[in-house]
Design a protein around this ligand. Structure first.
Ligand code: ATP
Length: 235
């Protein structure tokens, strides 16, 4: 479904990705794990068009997308949930969700998706008239994921959904991510520092160090890999 081929991405003259190749199959949950500053966010932004690669190719369903604009990439079916949520704090929950459906015209489908989202996160239905900025961190993360879902993506890019949240909320959010994958066959590309949880819901995982992929395997194999256990699982 998605293929990164030898992607190099820079900030000015500074390389952040140095030849990254990743493949994601339809319906998979894949996770990209790595230390702070390894290049995980840059990888997601190289897919979503926010920091396009300078060298290499990104293909979505065999179509080159690395030269497209972010809105064209969203229209193809790829949505990103940014690190730190970035919801619109002064807009209500419903208005935030409407923004996610900005490119859509199918009113019936939008209503259907809204109902589905409220079934995934009932707390958002309760708070639908509240300003986004008044929600708790966990609720804002739920809203950020839901806003991305309102574009009805086929590929959902999630950047550190667990960041700064209590373990019980993280568990709930990860359960819903798995449900989204299974119920609507949405492919998930999950970037996480919480490698343990991420590898528990993923099919496969990539390990990134200094802008390079250094390991790729089935998630189960990575969970028992000595190097991964020492460096990322604290075991
Ligand atoms: P984190 O978990 O801290 O978000 P990460 O693995 O997502 O880390 P990136 O945010 O992709 O890593 O950063 C990769 C490298 O690019 C780092 O060395 C970082 O300092 C650098 N970098 C990121 N954003 C910028 C920017 N806007 N300008 C310059 N350098 C940047």
């Amino acid at each position: 479904m998605l293929r990164l081929e030898d992607v190099h991405t820079f900030y000015g003259n500074i390389p952040a990705l140095r030849g990254v190749s990743i493949e994601v199959a339809e319906g998979e949950v894949i996770t990209l794990i790595g230390a702070n500053g390894a290049g995980k966010t840059t990888t997601l932004m190289s897919i979503s068009g926010l920091t396009p690669p300078r060298i290499g190719r990104v293909l979505f369903r065999n179509r080159e997308i690395h030269a497209l604009s972010p809105d064209q990439i969203v229209a193809l079916g790829i949505s990103q949930v940014p690190e730190g949520r970035r919801i619109f704090p002064h807009l209500t929950v419903t208005e935030n969700l409407d923004m996610g459906a900005f490119l859509r015209r199918d009113k019936a489908g939008i209503r259907e998706d809204l109902d589905y989202i409220f079934s995934l996160f009932p707390i958002l239905a309760e708070r639908r008239h509240q300003a986004g900025g008044t929600l708790s961190g966990g609720e804002q993360q739920m809203l950020a994921i839901s806003r991305a879902l309102m574009a009805r993506p086929q590929l959902l890019l999630l950047d550190e959904p667990s960041l700064g949240l209590a373990p019980i909320v993280v568990r709930l959010i990860f359960d819903v991510v798995k449900r989204i994958n299974q119920e609507s066959n949405t492919t998930i590309f999950l970037v996480e520092q919480n490698a343990n949880l991420a590898l528990q819901i993923a099919n496969r995982g990539y390990v990134m160090e200094n802008g390079c992929i250094t390991l790729v395997d089935e998630a189960r194999a990575l969970l028992s890999n000595d190097r991964v256990r020492k460096a990322y699982l604290g075991l």
